[in-house]
Design a protein around this ligand. Structure first.
Ligand code: PMP
Length: 338
């Protein structure tokens, strides 16, 4: 049953949600619905609300960061008309950038670890990006996809490496858009937020906005997949960077504290580590019970939202992110299809 507080906010009408014409592709980024996960809300006795970032025009939460890093490069004079945007990405930022570059008339070059789904590579090429899948090696290796992207940009005239991991224009996208949207959609009645991190832009930006609004009355938790070091980092107060296991999730998990996360490490209240088994079970629950077809990082986020609901007690409002749709992972994640 929907809580009274929110009952007047619930709408099944897309007209009420987005009644204007947007200025091109870029104008359609953001203002995504906040979906009440009905079964999980009933089960936990809290409102479990998930931001439908898969409804961005490029299909993921990373459309927001892509737009902000390109605007930042333009404002700083780092790129001129006809120039080239180069980025290292697990795929979604690249897809966002490829769309934004098409819309703005730039070329787009993408380096990504060759462990990522074929669907993302195919889509990037369809969008006209030049794509280099490279061996997945650690950040301290000069052959890491980010360093290769940086060198590629340096080798060209009128080109910029947008550096999403350490370029804080990324987190600004969430301070200026996603955070305020969650605040407005919940009328400020949000008690908890949790999500996983890749660059950390989403978590840090939303944490920053919500904490500025509500301080300790909103709890923000990081959700980590196996193989990421951040959970151990948070559990040990920054002393340990312990990595154990690996994960089927894509686009999340981190081996270091990026510049996007660094300014907000102190305001994160805690962290969860979520086993892949739980994320995969949730992936199917979201599909079968809620009718929501999303990727594994979204499912992990929802598992974490349920954990946070348990931690904070009944009657709370917990928010999280549905980062992207499942179509990008169909061949890998959905054995039902085979
Ligand atoms: N989920 C998916 C599927 C992603 O591609 C990403 C970004 N790599 C994230 C979550 C994490 O977002 P952020 O980079 O803002 O931490």
């Amino acid at each position: 049953m929907a809580s009274k507080i929110f009952s007047r906010l619930y709408t099944s009408s897309s007209l009420a949600r987005n009644a204007q014409i947007t200025n091109g592709f870029i104008g359609a980024i953001g203002n995504t619905p906040l979906i009440r996960l009905n079964r999980l809300s009933e089960e936990t006795g809290s409102e479990i609300l998930a931001k439908a970032e898969f409804m961005n025009p490029g299909g993921s939460v990373k459309d927001r960061a892509a737009l902000f890093v390109v605007k930042d490069a333009e404002e700083k004079g780092l790129i001129k008309p006809g120039g080239t945007v180069v980025e290292g990405t697990a795929g979604n930022t690249g897809i966002g950038l490829a769309h934004v570059c098409r819309a703005k008339g730039y070329k787009c070059v993408i380096y990504m670890p060759n462990t990522q789904s074929q669907e993302k590579i195919d889509l990037l090429r369809m969008l006209g990006a030049e794509v280099y899948p490279v061996p997945a090696v650690a950040f301290d290796n000069p052959q890491n996809y980010n360093h290769q992207a940086a060198r590629h940009a340096e080798s060209l005239d009128n080109a910029v490496w947008t550096n999403q991991f350490d370029n804080t224009a990324n987190r600004r996208a969430h301070i200026e858009t996603t955070g305020p949207e969650i605040w407005a959609q919940t009328e400020g009645k949000v008690d908890g937020f949790t999500c996983a991190t890749g660059t950390g832009g989403t978590l840090a930006g939303i944490a920053r906005y919500l904490k500025e609004k509500k301080g300790d009355d909103v709890k923000v938790y990081l959700a980590d997949p196996p193989g990421s070091v951040l959970h151990s980092y948070f559990q040990t107060g920054g002393k340990l960077f312990e990595r154990s296991g690996s994960s089927i999730t894509e686009g999340i998990g981190q081996g270091r504290v990026t510049d996007n996360l660094k300014p907000d490490v102190g305001i994160i209240d805690g962290s969860f580590t979520i086993p892949d088994e739980d994320s995969i079970k949730m992936l199917y629950r979201l599909l079968d019970e809620e009718g929501i077809y999303v990727g594994a990082s979204s499912a992990l986020n929802v598992v974490a939202a349920v954990e946070l609901a348990k931690k904070l007690g009944k009657g709370k409002t917990i928010t999280t992110i549905l980062c992207d749709g499942a179509y990008r992972y169909q061949s890998r994640l959905f054995s039902k299809l085979k």
